[in-house]
Ligand binder design. Sequence first.
Ligand SMILES: *[C@@H]1O[C@H](CO)[C@@H](O)[C@H](O)[C@H]1NC(C)=O
Ligand SMILES: *[C@@H]1O[C@H](CO)[C@@H](O)[C@H](O)[C@H]1NC(C)=O
Ligand SMILES: *[C@@H]1O[C@H](CO)[C@@H](O)[C@H](O)[C@H]1NC(C)=O
Ligand SMILES: *[C@@H]1O[C@H](CO)[C@@H](O)[C@H](O)[C@H]1NC(C)=O
Ligand SMILES: *[C@@H]1O[C@H](CO)[C@@H](O)[C@H](O)[C@H]1NC(C)=O
Ligand SMILES: CC(=O)N[C@H]1CO[C@H](CO)[C@@H](O)[C@@H]1O
Length: 189
Amino acid sequence: MGTDTPPLNGWSRKQYLLIAAMIGTLVIIAMAAVIIISLTPPRVYFSIEDASLQDGQYKDQKFYNFTLSANNTSRRMEVHYTTLYTEIWITPSVWYSAEVNMSGFQHGYKQPPENVTKVPSWAEYYQSDSMTASTQGGGGAGNWPNCTVVVIAKVTFKVGLACTRPYHIRVSCFPVNFLNKTPYANCTY
Ligand SMILES: *[C@@H]1O[C@H](CO)[C@@H](O)[C@H](O)[C@H]1NC(C)=O
Ligand SMILES: *[C@@H]1O[C@H](CO)[C@@H](O)[C@H](O)[C@H]1NC(C)=O
Ligand SMILES: *[C@@H]1O[C@H](CO)[C@@H](O)[C@H](O)[C@H]1NC(C)=O
Ligand SMILES: *[C@@H]1O[C@H](CO)[C@@H](O)[C@H](O)[C@H]1NC(C)=O
Ligand SMILES: *[C@@H]1O[C@H](CO)[C@@H](O)[C@H](O)[C@H]1NC(C)=O
Ligand SMILES: CC(=O)N[C@H]1CO[C@H](CO)[C@@H](O)[C@@H]1O
């Protein structure tokens, strides 16, 4: 009987080693998944479409109108927008905050994987804009009528129950010419 013990112990030791190796592998896979998810760059790309100046309800009232297009190129991850807003820079020092209508997103904040969502955006135009711009004549963030639209967002990416850390996105879209109706402008990180 006593001669059976060493082989039995040897076998269970092998089992322990096997289980330990399996647990180790699982831990490594889990850590790799966490690292990949947290290092994955935000896979959402913005562009500006159909920028134009539109007449408002009142005399001399005008609006900067454009469509903000958000392309979630991730195959599995849903995008959750915590914040999303835009600024129209008409000169390097003058900018307007533009409203973004979030109702195009699911429940007003969610975007499914592999999805393009287009949302209308606008800001009120003031007559003095082009005058201020012409005296500035800078070449930085905006140079009327070639404006820069800056898109600022805080997003998290979600797959199943897993959620990434919040990402701060800030992209610049240039040139956006509201006077000559820019049909498309790409935004770059
Ligand atoms: C431009 O924006 C204003 C303000 O939201 C809106 O009343 C108007 O319908 C928009 N025009 C176009 C062509 O989208
Ligand atoms: C969105 O991104 C995908 C992947 O790069 C691309 O194939 C597609 O054309 C883009 N869609 C739009 C409307 O920009
Ligand atoms: C946003 O867009 C939706 C649908 O296009 C519209 O019903 C709603 O009035 C808009 N909201 C604002 C604040 O313009
Ligand atoms: C993108 O998602 C929105 C809802 O968030 C949906 O209305 C729209 O049809 C989707 N577009 C595509 C191309 O899947
Ligand atoms: C605006 O951009 C267009 C084309 O990119 C260029 O030809 C024009 O000179 C620019 N205008 C100003 C005032 O920078
Ligand atoms: C229009 C648009 O959003 N295009 C982007 C799609 O995604 C690729 C990378 O996956 C970007 O390079 C494009 O600019």
